[in-house]
Design a protein around this ligand. Structure first.
Ligand code: TRP
Ligand code: ZN
Length: 877
């Protein structure tokens, strides 16, 4: 049992740092087993802090060899090493030069936080609190310093040595060693420090900024990976041009480096001038990467690049403000991708992702505001709420004030806060001041957890030609926040006439009429909007473009059908189709629970036929419309989830549609076959997505041969994987031979092998838990590699609800076993995997009891990491 409960950090307790560090001079002597780090910190008391506050530096696992103050060795009695690894200095001066020398062991660092090795090379990861694992430092984002970094290492082992900023000299050192120096002219917080060294090769290009500055661009990879960097480089150049064009933001150094590493805790990291990336978001070739991977690379490259201004130049005062940089930067990368491809399809995908990951989080035990009030381990707050919901809140402000005012607000935000560590209020007030629109209410979106539910009621009076729309909102209580207040909700809307055309809109009191989409603002718990001069009984189209992250409930089925066909807004068309299908499916699930036979709603077959008939104009949109609502989306709408029942109904319906629409699905499948060379433009991607959506129906209806033929003949990973995942659900020989062939072909490619693990972990087969256990013991499985761990454990627990929730409890037991094994290796990844066990309140009592038992078993492990402790204990309560 844990004896010392970890400390909770609270937002309300913020105090400015006691000391500031103007400059940092770091010298690394790299060695995998014993690296020496010398740091010179120019310290001075913070004029904004108490002048008698102690001088305490964060540290974790550092072996202190020597400390000097202004050149004089500090005697042991002036050095106090804390139990947490920190270092305090007794009788501190008001200013001085502190020099420390520490020893660390990068090759023993399995947590991948701080300085670690991967494949014999050196990499760092410092966000959020990894810098303290490299040297003693006030490791908090409101301490911003100018860094000079000198790296010395063996010439053969580390021909390449990189850090932040611009290069500033290099030379020979003793033995077979050499050194390089990097100087970063921009002050930055310690979490943006980076070092990469090793035997790497670079793909080089350049970019000229619009003010005429030439920037050298380099992507550093393992030897042999160079041919797979072209898409990442292209995405980078497009990101740089886009940020200049849309936000007027230029790059601010002579060189921009990206290093790709296969052992990495997250997607990528925006270190100043030296982004470090998970190989998953850099490397792509048609044979090895899916269209989804291709799009992921574009998005993540853009995201990290955009952080250069939103995150790096203007950073966070403390980690509670994390969404200040993440929500804003996700919003920016979403807008970039929308501009690069189809805006409507991008929006649909983002909303699908929000509902799959963020809505359940907001409704479960880990629910927290976009700006949390407290945490034990900040690593646990890199969540869909901080990122995706945070981006939705920025989008709300964008919708409320309009794009021109938003741009002015961004300019003001940067002008006021450049080179400073600031808060979310600073962002909102810049938007408010630039627009002249009061945004006070929008702070509620940052401070209140939970997803608001919105309902609409309306009435048309043909005598007075008045149409009254009444909107109501309510947010269910969340852990620690039982009372909820109404939030400002911009509702983008239109009115459709009986023939489906848009009606002009004029609100009572207005003297002009608007047509097309307009946005009304719901601010109270209930509000009515009266439209005048409405010529015919209208049907309201609400929440166009998903103008707010809310659940719009209770739209009747006949209206959904009408909107799915007639609305001018593609999002509402897609959404109405999905809601219609969801409502039919929920009814089927209920019927199944009562032991009744499952009927079939002809309207669904009709919708499939209609969608296919119009697919030619926008195949990517048609593909989105064709896919039935996901299992998680359905579970989210049930009082008590029935994961097995949901899965059975969804498969049944897929097979039924596959049979009833077989001919038209097959005709489309054939017509969508591309014979030319592989292309990754939006239209080609859309055609592949649509063709694979057709295949999914046909294969579920029994056409395994078609899936096998596609697998055998596939010339790109998208088609190969789509077919393989359908074969993986089947029982015959075709499955075994396809999986074996795939493994044989790709066993040398980690990123593709991850897919091989995931497909089997997510398969719809009775014996999947046994298979997952066997894969866990497979020679190619490696718990230490985060991508591999996620590809099996995460894919099973999050991507296969029907089997994760197996009535035996074996799925829960497998997850808990894996978390317990992983925690001592990498606590941050272990904590992240716990999520699905936290959904026990939404499950039946028997399942809930089994889930709680596994959470308790995790909590009973001695010396649990504080992140895993926080996740498991919050999940349990
Ligand atoms: N700031 C990074 C991003 O949003 C993500 C990040 C945070 C991260 N902590 C990390 C990445 C730890 C790797 C490891 O892009
Ligand atoms: Zn980010």
């Amino acid at each position: 049992m844990k004896t010392d409960t970890p400390i909770t950090i609270r937002r309300a307790d913020y105090a400015p740092p006691a000391y500031l560090v103007d400059t940092v001079d770091l010298a690394f002597d790299l060695d995998p087993a014993a690296t020496i780090v010398r740091a010179k910190l120019a310290l001075r008391r913070n004029p904004k802090a108490a002048q008698d506050a102690p001088l305490r530096l964060d540290g974790e696992g550092l072996v202190l060899r020597e400390a000097r103050l202004d050149g004089a060795v500090l005697p042991p009695e002036r050095l106090q090493l804390g139990a947490d690894g920190s270092l305090a200095i007794a009788d501190p001066p008001s200013a001085g030069l502190l020099e420390t020398m520490v020893r660390i062991a990068p090759e023993a660092n399995t947590a991948l936080s701080g300085l670690y090795t991967s494949g014999g090379n050196f990499y760092t990861q410092c966000e959020a609190e990894g810098f303290r694992r490299i040297t003693f430092f006030p490791d908090r984002p409101d301490v911003m310093s100018r860094y000079t970094v000198t790296i010395t290492a063996d010439r053969t082992l580390c021909p390449v040595m990189l850090s932040n900023g611009n290069p500033h000299g290099s030379g020979h050192a003793e033995g077979n060693r050499h050194w390089v120096r990097w100087v970063d002219p921009h002050p930055k917080p310690s979490y943006l420090f980076a070092l990469v060294a090793g035997d790497l090769i670079d793909v080089h290009d350049h970019f000229t900024t619009r003010s005429g500055k030439l920037v050298s661009l380099n992507i550093w990879v393992r030897r042999g990976d160079e041919p797979r960097c072209a898409h990442a480089m292209d995405s980078l150049k497009r990101s740089m041009a886009w940020d200049e064009e849309v936000f007027g933001l230029e790059y601010d150094l002579d060189i921009f480096n990206i290093a790709a590493v296969s052992d990495f805790n997250m997607g990528a990291m925006e270190n100043k001038g030296l982004n470090v990336f998970n190989t998953k978001y850099v490397l792509a070739s048609p044979e090895s990467a899916t269209d989804g991977d291709w799009q992921g690379i574009e998005t993540v490259i853009a995201h990290e690049y955009f952080h250069n201004w939103t995150g790096n130049r203007v950073t966070c005062r403390d980690w509670f403000q994390l969404s200040l940089k993440e929500g804003l930067t996700v919003f920016r990368d979403q807008e970039f991708s929308a501009d690069m491809g189809s805006r409507a399809v991008k929006r649909i995908r983002d909303v699908r992702g929000l509902r799959a990951a963020q809505f359940p989080e907001d409704a479960g035990p880990m629910a927290h505001p976009v700006r949390p009030d407290s945490y034990i381990e900040i690593d646990n707050f890199y969540t869909p709420t901080v990122y995706q919901k945070g981006a939705e809140v920025v989008r709300l402000i964008h919708t409320r004030i309009g794009p021109a005012a938003f741009r002015k607000g961004m300019d003001l935000y940067i002008a006021r806060n450049d080179n400073q560590a600031v808060t979310i209020e600073d962002f909102v007030s810049a938007m408010q001041d630039a627009s002249g629109i009061n945004l006070d209410g929008f702070m509620g979106w940052y401070d209140q957890a939970g997803t608001p539910e919105v309902t609409a009621e309306d009435h048309y009076d043909s005598a007075t030609r008045r149409f009254t729309l009444t909107l109501r909102q309510r947010t269910p209580p969340t852990a620690g926040q039982l009372e909820k207040k109404p939030l400002p909700i911009p509702v983008a809307m239109g009115l459709l006439g009986p023939d489906g055309t848009e009606l002009p809109m004029r609100l009572e009191g207005e003297n002009t009429t608007q047509s097309g989409t307009r946005t009304i603002l719901l601010e109270g718990a209930e509000q009515s909007f009266t439209f005048v001069d409405v010529p015919a009984p209208p049907l309201p189209s609400l929440l166009r473009g998903f103008s707010a992250p809310v659940k719009l409930k209770g739209v009747p089925r006949d209206r959904l059908r009408f909107l799915a066909v007639h609305d001018s807004d593609p999002f509402v068309r897609w959404e109405s189709g999905q809601q219609y299908a969801a409502s039919v499916m929920l009814e089927m699930i209920a019927a199944q629970q009562r032991g009744e036979a499952l009927g079939f709603d002809e309207a669904l077959a009709e919708a499939v036929t209609n969608t296919l008939a119009m697919a030619e104009t926008d195949p990517a949109f048609a593909a989105e419309a064709l896919v039935l609502p996901g299992e998680g989306f359905l579970a989210d709408q049930m009082e008590v989830a029935d994961p097995v029942g949901i899965h059975l109904v969804r498969r049944h319906l897929r097979a039924e549609i596959g049979r009833r629409c077989g001919a038209v699905l097959r005709a489309n499948y054939d017509a969508l076959t591309d014979t030319g060379p592989y292309r990754i433009d939006g239209r080609s991607i859309g055609r592949r997505a649509l063709r694979n959506a057709c295949l999914a129906y046909l294969a579920t209806a029994g056409d395994t041969l078609l899936a096998k033929a596609q697998f055998d003949g596939a010339s790109n990973m998208t088609d190969s994987l789509a077919a393989l995942s359908l074969l993986a659900d089947t029982m015959g020989e075709a499955r075994e031979s396809a999986l074996a062939a795939f493994h044989a072909r790709w066993r040398g490619d980690d990123l593709v092998l991850d897919k091989w693990f995931s497909i089997q972990a997510m398969a719809a087969r009775e014996d999947v838990i046994e298979q997952v256990r066997a894969l866990y013991a497979h020679t190619d499985f490696d718990l230490r590699n985060p991508n591999r761990a996620r590809s099996l454990i995460g894919a099973f627990a999050s991507g296969n609800p029907a089997h994760f929730h197996d009535a035996s409890g074996e799925g829960y037991r497998f997850l808990a076993d894996a978390v317990i094994a992983l925690d001592p290796i990498n606590g941050s990844i272990a904590a992240r995997l716990i999520g699905p066990l936290g959904q026990w309140r939404r499950q039946s009592e028997t399942r809930g009891a089994l889930m709680r038992r596994e959470l308790q078993r995790i909590l009973d492990i001695p010396n649990l990491s504080k992140g895993t402790f926080e996740k498991a204990s919050k999940a349990l309560h």
